[in-house]
Design a protein around this ligand. Sequence first.
Ligand code: 6PG
Length: 244
Amino acid sequence: MAEISVYPDPAALTRRAAEMITALAAEIVPVQGRFSMGLSGGSTPRALFTLLASDDYAQRIPWSGVHVFWGDERCVPPDHTESNYRMAREALLDHVPIPAENIHRVRAELSPAEAAQDYEQTLRSFFAAESDQTPPRFDLLLLGMGDDGHTASLFPHTAALHEHTRWVIENRVEKLNTWRITLTVSAINAAAQVLFLVIGSSKATVLRDVLHGPYQPGHYPSQRIGPINGRLIWLLDAAAAALL
Ligand code: 6PG
């Protein structure tokens, strides 16, 4: 069952997300020895990353045990303005003492097929899958949602939505005339916690349709997200939640 929380403004939502991440990392690293977190891309998480790098939070997070991944990536080099890795590096990773080997970026400079294969191998090595069928169990996956109901790079009516075996796949997004690399639904739904961050009035209509409308997972890929054995949490600001 999804847990939905609404905050008066983006700053309040961002603070709550930072508190949740900090608490999770501080709780899990001493117990498990590491904390695996998948970052979302786009514009929404930038403020969160900047806050996590601030004095209010950075010193409370055991960075030596934090391992950072990405839920999806654009098929561009790591220094490209469109790169989700670059945004996270500039807003967060360059400002905290996280070991370089704990940063597991998608090598999106490769061809789409090679980048997907390479990143899946990275996940398989890190999560040391007991068997091929055991998807990666991220401690936390951050997700955003587009105004078309996509999440990660699982866009409406795209081939990636029909992949049930692989953990990572290259996905042709015709409407953007581009390729993307994305975790599959199976990989996302194996996570212990999935945290959607949705901000702004432009998301209000699609959020109402995703959360309260009929189940149309091809049209609204975000409807496919539901951890099999984990928590699904939506953090919304008032503008995004206006039609709920
Ligand atoms: C990406 C993201 C994508 C994003 C949504 C929302 O690579 O763009 O992973 O899924 O979360 O498109 O983007 P905004 O936060 O910019 O609205």
